[in-house]
Ligand binder design. Structure first.
Ligand SMILES: [Mg+2]
Length: 383
């Protein structure tokens, strides 16, 4: 059976700053999705949050970029925004960049990843959702899951995976993508995806049969809006088992709390911290960047689950290391490399502040001329 899992997310305002979605806004979104399910637009759904992002997980048989499914998500965000405004929540409706819906959600603010597949007899998937970072943050774990045999034993052991995978990499600045083969082109692949702010792994396919293995959300809010309106916190869907990474191989890729851009004001590098659903709040310095993972099975377009994948003491050491790195990075205060590099700050308000100082900058020789001379050689009795 052909079915689609659409994960669509937006920050529609949060409680006491940018840290957590209010339950009443989730309830408002739930009413819209329940009605869409009753009408048969979607077959199943699950609503959750990570930090200040409201996440709508929907399953249906209507394919990608379907008008009705996207309109359902849009209505859910609109209704949630209404509640957000009534409660005076912070940054209400932040990610909704347009007043009216037209066709689909592309370029309208919400981020989305849609997995359109022919279901296998058993179709296990993991959905990873992060707050306070950007889509390129999934480059490193996707490489580990699908290309690194030190992470994924199946690349060595499983004959279907042994041929390798194809990575579709998008240049978000040029809007063009390239497909690179693993393992033959891994060095070129790493040459691109090591710059995650620009090159994002959009999809991964299994080489043996071109089967889609993962899909990442790629909307870059800061580029869409032309000015900074919040980091585009990403989502990722990964198919598991039977020729794809085992669940544990997908999770293993997050056992190291690597540094990602985002965090406070979308302007700092920090460690990504995999947490359980109940710890999916961005508190310390609005972070550190959080990641949750939910496991589902998809059957006849319906979702069974979820399992809260990082709700496990096996990830305690990862979290402890992330907390240590948080301390270490924070001590740099406003200095790079804790703060992002200037090109990544273009969409923040920092350039305006630097611009204000421009009239006060003088050439070196003018500074020297203007300097009051306190001691002359005469004063020093050297004549
Ligand atoms: Mg967010």
């Amino acid at each position: 059976m052909r079915s689609t899992v659409s994960v669509i997310k937006a920050d529609i305002g949060s409680l006491a700053g940018h840290h957590v979605v209010h339950p009443d806004t989730m309830a408002a979104a739930n009413r819209v999705l329940a009605e869409a399910k009753r009408q048969g637009i979607i077959l199943d759904y699950y609503i959750t949050n990570v930090g200040d992002d409201l996440e709508l997980i929907m399953s249906h048989t209507r394919g990608e970029l379907d008008t009705k499914v996207h309109e359902t998500a849009w209505d859910a965000f609109k209704e949630a925004t209404k509640v957000s405004k009534e409660l005076g929540l912070y940054a209400a409706g932040q990610d909704l960049l347009s007043d009216s819906f037209s066709g689909n959600l592309k370029g309208m603010g919400p981020g989305m990843a849609e997995l359109d597949i022919e279901e296998r007899p058993s179709e296990p998937i993991a959905i990873f959702m992060a707050d306070k970072t950007e889509p390129g943050a999934f480059n490193l774990p996707l490489y580990k899951m699908f290309a690194d045999p030190f992470n994924t034993a199946g690349l060595v052991i499983d004959p279907t995976m042994n041929e390798g995978f194809k990575f579709e990499v998008l240049d978000v600045y040029e809007g063009q993508s390239v497909i690179l083969n693993s393992p033959e082109e891994i060095y070129s692949l790493l040459g691109l995806i090591g710059t995650p702010a620009r090159y994002v792994i959009r999809r991964v396919y299994r080489k043996a049969d071109n089967m889609l293995g993962s899909v990442t959300s790629i909307e870059r809010l800061n580029l869409i809006a032309g000015k900074y309106v919040g980091k585009d916190d990403p989502v990722l869907i990964v198919r598991l088992q039977h020729g794809f990474p085992a669940l544990g191989e997908a999770l293993e890729a997050f056992s190291f709390p690597y540094l990602v851009p985002g965090w406070m004001r979308g302007s700092h590098y920090g460690p990504i911290m995999p947490v359980s659903q109940r710890d999916a709040k961005a508190t310390r310095f609005d972070g550190p960047p959080r990641l949750i993972g939910l496991g589902f099975n998809v059957k006849n377009g319906r979702l069974t689950g979820p399992s809260d994948l990082f709700d496990d003491p096996a990830f305690d050491e990862t979290r402890r290391m992330a907390a240590m790195i948080t301390d270490y990075m924070r001590r740099h205060g406003p200095f790079m490399p804790h703060r992002l590099e200037p090109t990544e700050m273009e969409y923040t308000t920092l350039p305006t502040l630097i611009e204000k100082l421009k009239p006060r900058f003088k050439k070196e020789e003018d500074v020297a001329k203007a300097k009051p001379s306190v001691y002359t050689s005469k004063d020093q009795g050297m004549d």
